[in-house]
Design a protein around this ligand. Structure first.
Ligand code: PFF
Length: 441
């Protein structure tokens, strides 16, 4: 165990976990999911799902990983030998690989945008809008696959460098910078004419959207955004020393995540209404609105470049966590080379992801259960794989750990401990089951 890499500091771990959590989920997906599902009601359900369902599972993953001190599969195998629990680790590995396969498509869009922003060429042609510019960029098959590959390449390069060298360093600087930048953008967006309409959209509930489907989507988002249910957080916590307080680490990660999501919403929705767009643009929303807001700023072109660089960092700190779980399980207890495995894993994920990249252009006619390839992989991972993984993890931590064990691991006040226990034993599993069955019908 001592030969295994570890995080050097607590803040390093929290930032890395927050780095995995905060990414496209908060900045790209949250606004467009909220935008297409009733705004305020989605946001309310999302926040409730985070605190009552997803955060307790996050803490459970930290517990399992820190106790195991090994990759997700071995952690289960050693803690509960001769049982099939280790399959949860393999399932997480497959889900994380699938998520990365479409996540990298969006990561690629950021590179495409960044490339144009650097040349100050991120402007729609005469008579066109930012919406049509977005469509024309993502439809080009060569560009889509090329930038997706480039994004995966960046991910591989960091993961092969290991925990201290790559992941911890990459996470440390980006988060504060991202916060500051978002605040500037929020101020600009809120001071646009007509911005209040967007604020109302986010905070005044329209109860008609209170349906099982919205609940399922909000739950999926709450899992996606905290990276839970796929054992990624088990993997990160396995690099954590015994003295850290995993409860407070979990709460920090959840709160930072909600803050960034709300800030992203406060940049996007006021601008959506002020600039005459509608909030239901789907996956293009952030890519359409953010450049449009920057256009309204002095030195907007320059700010746009910095913004996309930060967004790229936020995205990469998430993508490396997905590749990390694949690599750590593949290495296991063997003396296999991290570098080789990172390359092979990354390459496979790239190949699996190509259909998703093409599904916005030349393969847009292919549909799986009425969804595009991209949306189908997203749905499978986010609304089926992650809730299922989370359900199993809550049962494991809630019932398989004896109370003394989880109490010692959590190392907190009785009130906090028993709240967590009630959530993980009763609330999380039942809520996941109900929402899952209702939403999937
Ligand atoms: N939490 C990441 C985001 O919100 O962008 C996405 C993610 C990372 C999901 C890692 C799953 C995962 F295992």
């Amino acid at each position: 165990m001592s030969s295994r890499d570890q995080f050097t500091t607590k803040i390093g771990f929290v930032l890395a976990a927050a780095g995995s959590a905060i990414g496209l989920g908060a900045i790209w997906k949250f606004p467009y999911m909220a935008g297409s599902n009733g705004g305020s009601v989605f946001i309310l359900l999302f926040i409730a799902c985070i605190f009552f369902i997803s955060l307790p599972v996050l803490i459970a993953e930290f517990m399992i990983g820190r106790r195991g001190q090994k990759d997700a599969v071995t952690s289960f195998k050693e803690q509960v030998p001769h049982t099939p629990w280790y399959m949860v680790g393999y399932m997480g590995m497959i889900m994380a690989a699938l998520i990365l396969s479409f996540y990298s498509v969006v990561g690629g869009w950021i590179l495409s945008y960044l490339g144009r922003a650097v040349r100050f060429a991120l402007k729609p042609a005469e008579g066109e809008t930012f919406a049509s510019l977005f469509t024309s960029i993502i439809q080009n098959p060569w560009e889509a696959v090329f930038v997706q590959g480039l994004f995966i390449l960046l991910t591989i390069v960091i993961v092969q460098a290991g925990i201290k060298g790559g992941i911890e360093k990459a996470s440390k600087f980006m988060m504060p910078a991202l916060f500051i930048f978002f605040i500037i953008l929020v101020v600009r967006s809120l001071t646009l004419d007509g911005a209040m309409e967007g604020v109302r959209f986010m905070f005044v509930p329209n109860w008609e959207f209170l349906t099982a489907k919205t609940f399922l989507l909000a739950l999926g988002q709450a899992f996606f955004t905290l990276s839970v249910g796929v054992s990624v957080m088990i993997t990160y916590a396995s690099y954590l020393g015994k003295n850290e307080n995993i409860g407070s680490a979990g709460i920090n990660v959840a709160i930072m995540n909600i803050l960034i999501s709300l800030l992203a919403g406060l940049v996007i929705f006021p601008a959506v209404f002020a600039l005459g767009y509608t909030p239901d643009q789907g996956p293009g929303l952030a890519f359409i609105i953010i450049p449009a807001v920057f256009e309204q700023l002095p030195m907007g072109g320059l700010f746009l470049i910095i913004f996309f660089i930060l967004l790229l960092f936020a995205t990469i700190t998430s993508s490396i966590s997905m590749l990390e779980i694949v690599v750590s399980i593949a290495i296991g207890d063997r003396k296999a080379s991290r570098v080789r495995i990172a390359w092979i894993g990354g390459l496979l994920i790239f190949i699996i992801g190509i259909p998703s990249a093409l599904s916005f252009g030349i393969w847009s006619h292919i549909s799986i259960f009425g969804k595009s390839i991209f949306d189908a992989v997203d749905f499978l991972t986010n609304n089926i794989g992650m809730p299922l993984g989370a359900l199993l993890i809550s049962i494991f931590a809630g019932y398989y750990y004896r109370i003394e064990i989880s109490k010692q691991e959590l190392n907190t006040t009785n009130v906090m401990y028993y709240t967590w226990l009630a959530l993980i034993r009763v609330v999380s599993p039942i809520a996941i089951l109900i929402i899952f069955i209702q939403g999937i019908k």
